[in-house]
Design a protein around this ligand. Structure first.
Ligand code: SF4
Ligand code: ZN
Length: 534
């Protein structure tokens, strides 16, 4: 780890401000989760997420008088381990007009639609002149300087509606991202993807944000061509009257259609949902319930962003006239916390609250640690969220979880109907401690349109193992150590697919993960990894 290199990349002022607030919060609230605090403050001060050891080093260097045993013990514990092993790299294309006219959506100067220009990711993009290569390279260098692994990366393209910008720009932007990971310039996108399969920094997942009405067959084909694996859909409300009122430009029909097309093409689907959008507490809770009981929806992941009033939007005018009142932090905590009982064990609640700085929000939830507040509410009310995030194995550290007995992991299979197909959520779980070490999503598709997927095909939409096997082994007993979790989960999925009379398995895979699947006999077919399993 080269600490001096880190200091060259970020200003002393940023680091000092971070440290002052970090130490103050830690001294005030001993219960606060280190990982949430780090995430919140690193984002606030535009720093990459740092490891505990780096923060300790910086405290000793900058504020030796504030360094004490309590701080040392707290940071030396393994609270911050996420174990995901995947480095997120978020990039933004340059600002283009968005086909949407959503009344709550901000548009900052020189910022893509829906960003104020002051979010950490937007500020990085602006500093890079929205250059794709520069954004990726800078981020990789920052992780390198911080001594964080950056071999397995998840590329996230955010801002506006990327699929609606000029086509040439889309292809060039994605190609340049791969070029940056590869450290060399390719002739075209196909070559860039090929090089990335064995590059030092591999793109093992690619996420694109879009609108449901910009997620038709042609868009899905293009996203597959880009190497995308996950799509984030702006859903916001399950009430069409509300969607009309805020001028979303689409309704439930488009949401339901996009969800089905995505799942039948093997994509992972993440919804954005907006509590407080002309909605009562009762209605928000009932919509969050419906998301997981109505088979037309059932997203794999969820981001909950309470409605914010931001200056220079139509909603701001409504707010000033007294025609709209957003929910505050306390109300948002109540609504979300009370809805968690409807979250199934196969969904991952990714985040709550956007990255918009509090001083850019005219009214609404201003707390940057909403997720942490919801976790706290649940703890105080003796309730639990059973989503993936709250049960993944490294939540032991993040949430200070109590372990009641020896670890005992076993395969668990859950099935449910979704978008007229059938889903199998196969996971490796310790039931007594309610922990999850990895999972795979197998789908029997309903109406696929891709030529690679026929009536004999089943799909793998996601395979996720938390941490390396060795890391998990360190905290578990022999029951999961050395077994090869990914291999076990894949074998179980193949077995179930065969039982349902499917003879072909297709996996959606980031280009950087293709080599992994080759080890199990899969080969490339179109954008998918494919194997005959009969
Ligand atoms: S679609 Fe998204 S980016 Fe476009 S106006 Fe609506 S909220 Fe903003
Ligand atoms: Zn949860």
């Amino acid at each position: 780890m080269n600490q001096d290199k880190l200091l060259n990349l970020v200003s002393q002022k940023q680091i000092k401000n971070f440290l002052v607030e970090f130490l103050e919060t830690l001294n005030k609230d001993e219960e606060s989760s280190i990982i949430d605090l780090k995430k919140h403050l690193c984002a606030k001060y535009n720093l990459p997420l740092m490891q505990n050891s780096q923060i300790l080093w910086l405290i000793k260097k900058n504020f030796p008088e504030k360094f004490n045993k309590k701080i040392n013990d707290k940071l030396k514990s393994r609270l911050s381990r996420t174990g995901s092993g995947v480095t997120p790299i978020a990039v933004m294309p340059k600002p283009f007009p968005c086909p949407g006219r959503c009344t709550y959506c901000p548009q900052g100067e020189n910022a893509p639609k829906s960003y104020t220009g002051f979010e950490p990711a937007t500020m990085r993009a602006i500093r890079s002149g929205y250059d794709a290569k520069n954004q990726v390279q800078t981020r990789l260098m920052q992780y390198e300087a911080l001594g964080q692994p950056n071999q397995k990366c998840e590329l996230i393209i955010m801002g506006g509606t990327f699929l609606s910008v000029p086509l040439d720009y889309q292809y060039q932007f994605v190609k340049e991202c791969y070029d940056a990971f590869n450290g060399k310039v390719s002739k075209n996108l196909e070559q860039a993807k090929k090089i990335n399969q064995t590059a030092k920094h591999r793109v093992i997942g690619l996420t694109i944000e879009t609108r449901p009405d910009w997620c038709k067959e042609e868009h899905i084909n293009r996203m597959l061509e880009f190497g995308a694996t996950r799509v984030e859909l702006g859903v916001q409300s399950l009430d069409d009257k509300v969607l009309r009122k805020v001028q979303r430009g689409h309704g439930q029909k488009e949401i339901i259609k996009a969800t089905a097309l995505l799942k039948d093409s093997a994509f992972k689907v993440c919804y954005h949902f907006m509590p407080g959008l002309y909605s009562s507490r009762k209605k928000d809770i009932s919509m969050l319930k419906k998301l997981f009981s109505d088979e037309n929806y059932k997203p794999d992941m969820l981001k909950i962003y309470p409605c914010l009033v931001i200056p220079n939007t139509k909603l701001y005018e409504e707010y000033k006239k007294g025609a709209f009142e957003p929910i505050d932090t306390l109300e948002a905590v109540q609504r979300i916390a009370q809805a968690t009982k409807y979250f199934p064990p196969w969904v991952r609640v990714m985040r709550m609250q956007r990255d918009i700085p509090a001083n850019k929000i005219a009214a609404g939830v201003k707390a940057g640690n909403l997720h942490q507040l919801v976790d706290k509410w649940l703890k105080e009310h003796n309730q639990k969220c059973r989503c993936i995030r709250c049960r993944e194995i490294f939540s032991i550290y993040r949430n200070n979880k109590q372990i009641n007995s020896e670890f005992d992991f076993d395969l668990v299979v859950r099935s449910y109907k979704a978008s007229t197909g059938k889903e199998y959520f196969i996971s490796y779980e310790d039931k007594k401690n309610d922990l999850l070490a990895g999972f795979i999503r197998l789908r029997i598709p309903a109406n696929p349109f891709r030529e690679e997927i026929d009536a004999d095909s089943a799909l793998i939409r996601e395979l996720h193992v938390y941490g390396s096997e060795a890391e998990i082994g360190k905290i578990s007993n022999d029951s999961i150590q050395h077994k090869g979790l990914g291999k076990t989960l894949l074998a179980k999925a193949e077995e179930i697919a065969l039982k349902t009379k499917k003879t072909k398995l297709l996996i959606i895979s980031g280009v950087g993960a293709r080599e992994y699947y080759k080890k199990f006999g899969y080969s490339l077919k179109g954008p998918y990894m494919f194997k005959n399993i009969c």
